[in-house]
Structure formats: C-alpha cells, structure tokens
Design a protein around this ligand. Structure first.
Ligand SMILES: Nc1ncnc2c1ncn2[C@@H]1O[C@H](COP(=O)(O)OP(=O)(O)OP(=O)(O)O)[C@@H](O)[C@H]1O
Length: 459
C-alpha cells in the first residue's frame, strides 16, 4: 500500500461502497469542522492501461461540474488529482440509497409495490434535477436507477440526487468509443434514436431513460430488458430495439419523419422494418389506466420522435403532479397516516479495500457515526449480498475506462492536488429558481422550477 496522499488526510477513509464504469467509490468521513463526521463518497477514476493522466478537456468539464448546485443533483464537494500517477478523485456528498436498491428491496419483498406518493415524489424530483441540468446544457446520457440517489436519514431524508452527470461527457467523448472497448454497458434505458445510430445526444435521450425508470418504479421490472450484444463497434442493438417495438410497436416515418435518416433504420431492413409486432401497447406493460394522467405522462416520455418527446420542464408541470397524492420533498415518508415506514437497507461498506483497490486498509470496524448513516452498517465487515448483486450481476458487464491523455497540471493556476469548490452555497430546502447557481454556459429563459405551491407543506 502506498503513502496516504496528503489531501486524503482530511478524511477518514471507511471503505469501498461500489464499483462502476469509471472506477471505485469509497465512503469517507470528514475529520475537521465545520462538517466533522460528514459522510462523503469519493470516486477514484480508473487509469488507462497506458497510465495516462487527466486530459485538459476532463479538467475543464470538472471545473464546470463544480459549479452545479441544485437540491436534486449530488454535490461535487472536492476534486483531487494525485500528482504521482495523475489519477483523479472526485468527492461527492454521500447518499444512503439509490433507486436500484429501492426497487430491488420492494421486489425482494414479494413484489411489494412502491406507494404512489413515493413514486410521484421520486419522479418529480428526478425531473426537477434534470430540468436544471438540461437548462445548463448538461445531458446526463447514462441515467439509470443506480445513478439516482436518495438521501438517508437527516435533514435531507428522502431527497433525490442525480449522480454521475457530466461524467459520460468527460470519459466517453464520442458515442462510437463507447463500444470500441468490446465490453458492454447497460442499454435498457437507451433511447431508440441512439440505438438506431443517431450521432448526437440531445436532452431527449435522458427523458426516454426517465420514462423507462418511471415504468420500473411502477412495476419493479426493467421495461425494456434487451440482451446486450457484446464486442461490437456498432451501437445498433437489435434485441433492445426488438424489446421496445414489442411494447410500443414500430416507429413510423409519418410519426417520426427523421427516422429515415437514421443509419440503422436501413441497415437491417428485414429485421427492423419487415418484422410485424402484434398486440402492442404500453398499457399491457404497466398497471395504469390509459385515461390516467400517469399513463399520459409516461407515453409522452416514451414518444419515439425525440423532437416530440416531452421535456423535463414540461413534465414537471404535467397534471400527474397536480393530482393527489401530491409529490413532496421527503419521498420516503409514509403516504398515509398509520402506514409503516420502510427501512431500506443501508449501503454495505467493504472496509478491507483501500484506495489502491486491493490491500487491507484496517481491521474491520463498526461504522456508526455520521449524519447520513442510519441504523449502523450491516455490511461494515465486508461486502454483503446487497453490493454483490449490484448491476454487474444483472448480466451487465462494465465498460472499461477510456484513456486519459496526460495533462500538465502545473500549467493550470490554482489546480493543486486538492481543489475545493469553496464558497458555493448549498441550497437548503426546496430548490427555487433564485437559489439555483447556473453554470457559465448560457441559460435559456424560464428554467428554474420549484414545487407547485400546494406541495410545500408536505414532508
Ligand atoms: N454520492 C454517492 N453517495 C453514495 N453512493 C454513491 C454515490 N455515488 C455513487 N454511489 C454508489 O456507488 C456505486 C457505484 O457507483 P458508480 O456511479 O461508480 O457506478 P454505477 O452507477 O453502479 O454504474 P456506472 O458507473 O457504470 O454508471 C453505486 O451503488 C452508486 O449508487
């Protein structure tokens, strides 16, 4: 194990909490005031095989991410670059839960459905955060249940935080390279225009993913669970399209005029255009009345033509959110008086893994302090079944990290080994337009949205 980097000395490293596309995620606690004992999630980004460092483009993007401040977007609190190997560490506010685990918890309890109030509150806050990101010209591009975090006990209990935003752009540059590694990423939430070969991402791809997640919250099952084709440099995923068409029917040129210009629409004519899909309909896949506001909203999120797909700004104004039960800030409170509070499992922590990813860090220790952790950490003595069956076990292999060109940090004034965003205020309470700190990029008008007034009392 190497020397503990100097910047890390401000934290007590507790252990590993997860592993994703870009690297490992650790739980740490701040040592000194004012936030002594506060839980922090530190992401260590993988090095490329060549040991390349952080690219100038990545640095620029990260500088922008530091300015993101919204109640429904996870806060990037610190950036560290390890000069020895030019590896990158991002420190985020810690969230105890995520939608992947919440959905799994309900499924494991015998398909015990998530209550309507919780579904609506989770969805509204997800859209609220997304509206903020889109307003700042940030497209997430990899929205899925494990990237949608929910705060544990404390002042922000039950508040949704979007994670991993902007990272796809830093590490995945052009769409094509996503597939060049010959490994597989989750495609269940991928929009049809991307599956059909569209070269550019628009914010509509995120809205498609939200539609898939909405349906999954309602049914506890992924809506379009395609089998991923491996080792292809081609984003065309026939099985995933097949799953979509089985539910929604074929897209047509009449309804989606630019369809004909998408490369893969022509590539496999016999499969794509020739196949007949019988008895299709979204109503068969979700337990919603076709006349309900929820069905209307879901259909608008799963609109084939990305230009007609509902935007986040439009969605938060939809009638679904204006009818009972109204959405609230704490999505995890019981929806009815007398209803039982659900104790979602806390994240297990592997205390045997250090920042190098392998060595024994310290003897296993109970983790009880800190404001974001509730009810102890059942997995504090090693990874338990919860993390063992993270998305990897859903048959999804991980994409390897992209190479990062070496970057001479000394040329960047003020970018030392530790870069604290400093005094960006974190809004407390429900995000209001005036509380949102927009990025330097140009903001379109009318972008911020608070809860509808009648919802403010709900906790
Ligand atoms: N700020 C955070 N607080 C608590 N847990 C987090 C935080 N950010 C990420 N995690 C958790 O760490 C784990 C790994 O996250 P990561 O984003 O690296 O991968 P992923 O979302 O599972 O997959 P991918 O990176 O491939 O999209 C997930 O369980 C995720 O919910």
């Amino acid at each position: 194990m190497g020397e503990k980097p100097e910047w890390l000395q401000q934290y007590n490293l507790i252990g590993k909490i997860g592993e994703g596309t870009y690297g490992l995620v650790f739980l740490a606690k701040t040592k000194s005031p004012p936030n002594c004992g506060k839980s922090i999630a530190i992401k260590k980004f993988k090095q490329s095989k060549d040991g390349d460092g952080v690219s100038p483009t990545a640095i620029r993007e990260i500088m922008l991410l530091r300015e993101i401040t919204h109640e429904n977007v996870v806060k990037l609190v610190n950036v560290h670059i390890n000069h020895n190997d030019m590896s990158l560490y991002l420190a985020f506010d810690y969230a105890e839960h995520d939608l992947y685990e919440i959905i799994r918890h309900h499924r494991d309890k015998g398909n015990n459905m998530i209550n309507q109030y919780t579904v609506k509150s989770l969805l509204w806050q997800l859209l609220n955060g997304l509206n903020y990101l889109h307003s700042n010209w940030i497209i997430h591009r990899d929205l899925k249940p494990s990237n949608i975090l929910v705060m544990g006990e404390g002042e922000e209990h039950g508040v949704v935080k979007i994670a991993d935003f902007g990272l796809a752009r830093i590490y995945q540059a052009p769409l094509k390279t996503l597939f060049d590694n010959g490994v597989v990423v989750t495609i269940w939430y991928r929009a049809p225009e991307l599956l059909l070969g569209a070269k550019h991402y628009t914010s509509a791809v995120d809205m498609w993913a939200v539609g898939c997640i909405f349906a999954e919250l309602l049914t506890l099952k992924p809506l379009f669970q395609g089998a991923e084709a491996k080792s292809t440099s081609n984003p065309f995923q026939l099985d995933q399209l097949d799953k979509i068409f089985k539910v929604l029917g074929h897209p047509t040129i009449e309804k989606w005029p630019t369809l004909a210009s998408l490369p893969h629409w022509h590539n496999d004519v016999s499969h794509i255009q020739g196949h007949k899909y019988e008895n299709t309909g979204l109503h068969g896949a979700v337990p919603l009345s076709t006349k309900s506001a929820s069905f209307d909203l879901l259909s608008k999120m799963l609109e084939y033509d990305p230009r007609k797909r509902i935007t986040a700004a439009q969605a938060i104004e939809h009638d679904y959110f204006r009818s009972e039960p109204l959405p609230g800030r704490n999505a995890l409170v019981p929806s009815q008086p007398g209803e039982k509070v659900i104790n979602y499992p806390t994240r297990p922590v592997d205390t045997n893994t250090d920042f190098e990813g392998t060595t024994s860090l310290q003897p296993p220790q109970p983790v009880t302090s800190g404001n974001a952790i509730s009810g102890g950490m059942p997995g504090a003595h090693g990874i338990n079944s919860r993390s063992a069956s993270r998305p990897m076990s859903m048959g999804v292999q991980r994409m390897q990290s992209q190479g990062m060109a070496a970057y001479n940090l000394t040329s960047q004034a003020g970018m030392g080994g530790g870069m604290n965003p400093g005094n960006i205020p974190m809004p407390r309470g429900v995000a209001q337009p005036h509380q949102q700190h927009h990025l330097r990029r140009k903001d379109p008008p009318g972008t911020g949205t608070g809860y509808p007034p009648q919802q403010k009392s709900r906790r």
